[in-house]
Design a protein around this ligand. Structure first.
Ligand code: NAG
Ligand code: NAG
Ligand code: NAG
Ligand code: NAG
Ligand code: NAG
Ligand code: NAG
Ligand code: NAG
Ligand code: CU
Length: 575
């Protein structure tokens, strides 16, 4: 049924007719609209930080076009792959895909890749107002520039619990000069070649690389591509800034010099407002902050983007807050903010803990859970290559997407043994270098009882380097989860759950696992489908840092044939 609607919707004329039917037959959904987008994905030369490289663009742009919609609307995106030699898939990050798990855009999990020359149509309902993102979910393609924002406004007649004069978006990213192919090949080589720290940090797709360091590359410091992002503010006015991070590696601290920010939204959920001088934001997270243009308006100010949680090897990313009537080119008279000390974990932990659901908008979590899955995050070695593993299993994607193999009961295409539920927590030293770093790779998954309540305990440890631990932003597809708590050190299953916030925890889709720490999450497995849960650092997921959950797959409607074509799915294609 859904498959045939999908096909029907490929025609704009049908679209219009369908929307009219919706308008005239049901007064309740009178406002619901269908937004139709046609995107062509291709490589183009771009110089976002003045240094020219091939970037993956959408209709010629990186970041891609922003999708605007209203809560309850349907978004249809026809994606044509014009990359010539590379597959593609696009994930709609934060959109839960209720009833449309095949539109999640996760290659190997919910669909086969879109091969060069093909067009694939994503169609989904944006069921909740908020700030979201989209990005490539095939290989390490997101890093190549395939990303953008989704802004969903509240329905007509609904007011938000805060007010502002202007709405602006700020997409944050880190940027490398090497191609993502070269990065991926390095990560998969013996000896292993790490991607290194980014060359630049980008604010709305603009950075500033020092061209005298460019060597043989084409670098032009005056090309308009890399002129800094300018946020023009009218004195006395209030701004809602929708800030999102699509970073491949870095955790960020974002600061507007001289201006405090009031955090009001996180990952599409209202936050009990609190004021910060600067915002720690991890890859895959989105926030809305309220900023007032209340400073001396005779000068400009810096917008500063700094790396945190890894020893910085990249200059501060800079934009300009331009008070209206000053020249937007006028440099602020001060040094840009350098951000907090990169390893001040206590500071990062405190800000994470301060994020609570807004009073009046709290969805309390179920008081208990049916199952607890503990995921020990370790850095490992397999056949001489560095990997990441959860409970000793480094994740690999099967050739046949799970959604198809599970729905069609193809038991031989991935390991049917349940993925490991926990680890030997008594004997594991969280702060020391692991004694035996060998792991195994696998593609087994967690099958969750439909509508059960599941707790996930993410446990961080030392890496293979002495006195080193890394921050991992974990992202769950198909759900928001309640963030029950954070801590540093080894999670104590007896005492730590007593400290869980069961009163007003924030719901999010992405959450940091701090260095040497633990993070506890709870969600209800009530969205029929197959959902990835993974570290949002592009290289880490590539190195196996992810797991997959199945829930209620028997309830999933007929799969569209457009998601098939690879591995064992070919047998379901009609000839
Ligand atoms: C750019 O790099 C050159 C060479 O290292 C250095 O002399 C110069 O100060 C740098 N410029 C800036 C703006 O950092
Ligand atoms: C750099 O870009 C500017 C602006 O597009 C252009 O006028 C100039 O010729 C370029 N310089 C070089 C060396 O290509
Ligand atoms: C933070 O890193 C610096 C080196 O960059 C080091 O000197 C310092 O001891 C570290 N602090 C903590 C709390 O780990
Ligand atoms: C770890 O793996 C390496 C090669 O893959 C092997 O030589 C070594 O014996 C393993 N060590 C242990 C303790 O299993
Ligand atoms: C991980 O797997 C390796 C090799 O299979 C094994 O030697 C090691 O003890 C395991 N480590 C843990 C923490 O279970
Ligand atoms: C899921 O569980 C909740 C709480 O037990 C219950 O209220 C709800 O009806 C259940 N939903 C379905 C679809 O079973
Ligand atoms: C690691 O940290 C411990 C405790 O802070 C310290 O005693 C030790 O010297 C450090 N080791 C190295 C190699 O830095
Ligand atoms: Cu990670």
């Amino acid at each position: 049924m859904m498959g045939s609607i999908n096909n029907l919707l490929k025609s704009p004329t049908t679209l219009l007719i369908l929307s009219l039917i919706v308008w005239t037959t049901s007064p309740l959904v009178v406002e619901a609209r269908v937004h139709h987008h046609k995107w062509e994905v291709k490589y183009q030369f771009k110089s976002p930080d003045c240094f020219q490289k091939l970037a993956v663009t959408i209709n010629g742009m990186t970041p891609g076009p922003t999708i605007y919609a209203r809560q309850g609307d349907t978004v249809v995106v026809e994606v044509k792959n014009s990359l010539f030699t590379e597959n593609v898939a696009i994930h709609w990050h934060g959109i839960r895909q209720i009833g449309t798990p095949w539109s999640d855009g996760t290659e190997g999990v919910t669909q086969c890749p879109i091969v060069p020359g093909d067009t694939f149509t994503y169609k989904f309902v944006v069921d909740r107002a908020g700030t979201y993102i989209y990005h490539g979910h095939y290989g390490m393609q997101r890093s190549a520039g395939l990303n953008g924002m989704i802004i969903v406004s509240v329905p007509d007649g609904v007011t938000e619990p805060f007010s502002y004069d202007y709405d602006r978006s700020i997409l944050l990213n880190d940027w490398w000069h090497k191609s993502t192919y070269e990065q991926a090949a390095g990560l998969n080589s013996v000896p292993f070649v790490w991607i290194g720290e980014p060359q630049s940090l980008l604010i709305n797709g603009r950075g500033n690389f020092n061209c005298s360091l460019a060597g043989a590359g084409v670098c032009n410091a005056t090309t308009p591509d890399c002129s800094p992002y300018v946020l023009t503010m009218v004195p006395g006015k209030t701004y809602r800034l929708r800030i999102a991070s699509i970073a491949s590696l870095s955790a960020f601290n974002f600061e507007l010099e001289g201006h405090s920010m009031t955090i009001v939204e996180a990952d599409g959920n209202y936050v009990e407002p609190f004021v910060v001088k600067n915002l720690n934001i991890y890859s895959g997270e989105t926030y809305s902050v309220i900023v007032k243009a209340d400073q001396d308006s005779s000068r400009n100010y810096w917008a500063a983007l700094n790396v945190i949680t890894r020893k910085p090897g990249t200059p501060t990313g800079l934009g300009i807050i331009n008070y209206y009537l000053n020249s937007p080119k006028k440099s602020p008279p001060t040094d840009p903010p350098s951000g907090p000390i990169w390893n001040d974990t206590t500071y990062f932990l405190r800000q994470s803990q301060a994020i609570k659901a807004r009073q009046g908008y709290v969805t309390p979590p179920p008081p208990t859970s049916d199952r607890v899955i503990t995921l020990l995050n370790t850095q490992n070695k397999i056949d001489g290559r560095i990997k990441w593993a959860m409970n000793n299993m480094s994740f690999t994607l099967p050739d046949t997407p799970y959604l198809v193999s599970l729905k069609q009961r193809l038991h031989h295409v991935f390991n049917q043994k349940p993925a490991p539920e926990t680890y030997d927590s008594k004997n594991f030293d969280v702060f020391g270098v692991a004694k035996n770093t060998n792991a195994t790779s696998g593609n087994s998954i967690y099958r969750l009882k439909f509508n059960s309540t599941v707790d996930i305990i993410l446990q961080n440890v030392n890496t293979m380097t002495v006195n080193n631990s890394e921050t991992h932003p974990w992202h769950l597809h198909g759900h928001d989860f309640w963030v029950l708590g954070y801590g540093i050190g080894k999670f104590d299953p007896m005492n730590d759950p007593k400290k869980y916030n069961l009163v007003d925890p924030i719901m999010k889709n992405t959450v940091p696992l701090h260095r040497y720490g633990w993070t506890a999450l709870r969600f209800r497995a009530d969205n029929p489908g197959v959902w990835a849960f993974h570290c949002h650092i592009e290289a880490h997921f590539f190195m196996g840092m992810g797991v997959v959950f199945e829930e209620g797959v028997a309830k999933v409607g007929r799969l569209p044939s457009s998601i098939m074509g690879c591995g064992e799915t070919k047998r379901f294609l009609r000839h």
